[in-house]
Design a protein around this ligand. Structure first.
Ligand SMILES: Nc1nc2c(c(=O)[nH]1)N[C@H]1C(S)=C(S)[C@@H](COP(=O)(O)O)O[C@H]1N2
Ligand SMILES: [Mo]
Length: 421
């Protein structure tokens, strides 16, 4: 289904030409393209996306989908562009695609279209956006599929088998969405209830959907949203959605539209399958077989909006090979930013006994909190566990499988790491 709201700068054919031209510019004719890319197996992350660290965990080489091993992720409070997980939905045309790099895109001509039920449709240029008031938002960015592989203990779910590294803590900077709409005198009509953000990227076939996401205009999360131009103090890397990305702090990755090309006001949400079928959760618990991945409609499910409360153990990891006795267990915790994280409980004996971790204040409501607890490890197997709770009493389920769903989203079960001493 083609989204009628799409405003593309290039036709598909022109896009193909562009990708080809980029390949030539790099001196990478078909024979020079690294063959491993096409094969998709045994290829290193640094070859799939220029500028990414080696040794990322690859979920889809063709699309450029990869996550960060926790041993790399834990080294930084703000996740650098070299290490941040990446998720794209359309084939790259090889690693020649202009956005298959952590370099800033060279797209000074960029503009975003404001259209739909507005008094005066218009284009706003990147240069104009850069002149407006900018604010910072530190937020966890996390794929809704992060942790999907853990659902396999009940029944394996199709899709990238994400471990825990499909997340990062990132500083974004840009124009506050609500004040932008006000200053631009974008006056949606009374009939405009939904805002749809469109990504520039397009499906390989006309039957595919554009990447578009819709937000209810009354959603308080939009009060913190920004039209971001910078990530970690630099122009947003191409692979992470530069030159312009919509950031809704505290919302799952898919709600943060990269390569922002249009903001559309309408009475209804986008018919894009990324809004109407994908990235949705059933309204109640479901068992395997009861509800299939394509059964989702806007009536029987909800979008994956805010992060479910979650904690992740960063240390020790099995590869740290900790010794017997005293150990410091550390990690991070975060939620959707609407309430403080008030406790992180940690167990080193598979949940028999629990202790309270020390929690450091977070940099912003949407950033991750660092926590640590001292424990003693015994010889043999030690099952480390962590569970975060917030001021609204929201906590992680002891058994994450109770939230099993056919698309494997929103894993937030109590974290478990088994270390052998
Ligand atoms: N335009 C566009 N925006 C997008 C996507 C995409 O494929 N195209 N993927 C989404 C998904 S599912 C996630 S998890 C995040 C990933 O962001 P990252 O690649 O910067 O880590 O981008 C989101 N925004
Ligand atoms: Mo995602």
């Amino acid at each position: 289904m083609t989204n009628p709201w799409r405003q593309s700068r290039f036709s598909r054919r022109e896009f193909g030409k562009l990708a080809g031209a980029a390949g030539l510019a790099l001196g990478a004719g078909p024979g020079l393209l690294r063959p491993a890319f096409a094969a998709g197996a045994g290829v290193d992350s640094a070859e799939i996306i220029t500028g990414k660290a080696s040794g990322m965990v690859i979920h889809n080489a063709k699309l450029g989908v990869m996550e960060t091993p926790l041993a790399m992720l834990r080294k930084y409070d703000h996740t650098p562009k070299e290490l941040l997980f990446s998720r794209l939905h359309y084939p790259h045309e090889g690693n020649a695609a202009w956005y298959a790099t952590t370099a800033a895109p060279d797209r000074p001509d960029w503009s975003i279209r404001i259209d739909g039920l507005v008094a005066r449709p218009r284009d706003v240029s990147l240069a104009d956006l850069a002149k407006m008031e900018q604010v910072k938002r530190v937020s966890v960015l996390q794929c809704a599929g992060n942790g999907r592989s853990f659902y396999a203990a009940k029944e394996k779910v199709a899709g990238g088998q994400w471990l825990n590294g499909g997340l990062g803590n990132v500083e974004w900077e840009g124009v506050p969405l609500r004040s932008f709409l006000e200053e631009q005198k974008v006056l949606p009509s009374d009939a405009a209830i939904w805002l749809t953000a469109e990504g520039w990227d397009q499906p390989a076939t006309p039957e595919g959907s554009d990447f578009a996401k819709s937000y209810h205009l009354a959603d308080p999360a939009l009060d913190n949203a920004i039209i971001a131009l910078k990530m970690n103090g630099e122009p947003i890397p191409a692979v992470h959605g530069g030159p312009v990305r919509l950031i809704i702090p505290g919302y799952y990755g898919n709600m943060n539209v990269k390569f922002l090309s249009a903001l559309m006001f309408a009475a209804a949400q986008s018919p894009s399958k990324f809004q109407s079928v994908g990235y949705r959760m059933p309204l109640g618990p479901v068992e395997p077989g009861q509800f299939e991945a394509n059964d989702y409609t806007i009536y029987n499910s909800r979008p994956t909006y805010g992060h479910q409360i979650k904690s992740v153990i960063f240390s020790p990891l099995p590869e740290d090979k900790p010794g017997k006795g005293d150990v410091e267990i550390t990690g991070v915790a975060f939620n959707d930013g609407t309430a403080k994280i008030t406790s992180v409980e940690v167990s080193a004996d598979g949940g028999k006994t629990w202790m309270s971790a020390d929690i450091k204040p977070a940099e912003s409501p949407w950033a991750w909190y660092h926590w640590s607890a001292k424990a003693k490890l015994a010889s043999g197997s030690n099952m480390l566990m962590s569970r975060a709770t917030d001021a609204l009493g929201r906590t992680q389920p002891m058994d994450g499988l109770t939230r099993w769903n056919p698309r494997g989203y929103e894993w937030n079960g109590v974290d478990r790491v088994e270390v052998m001493v």
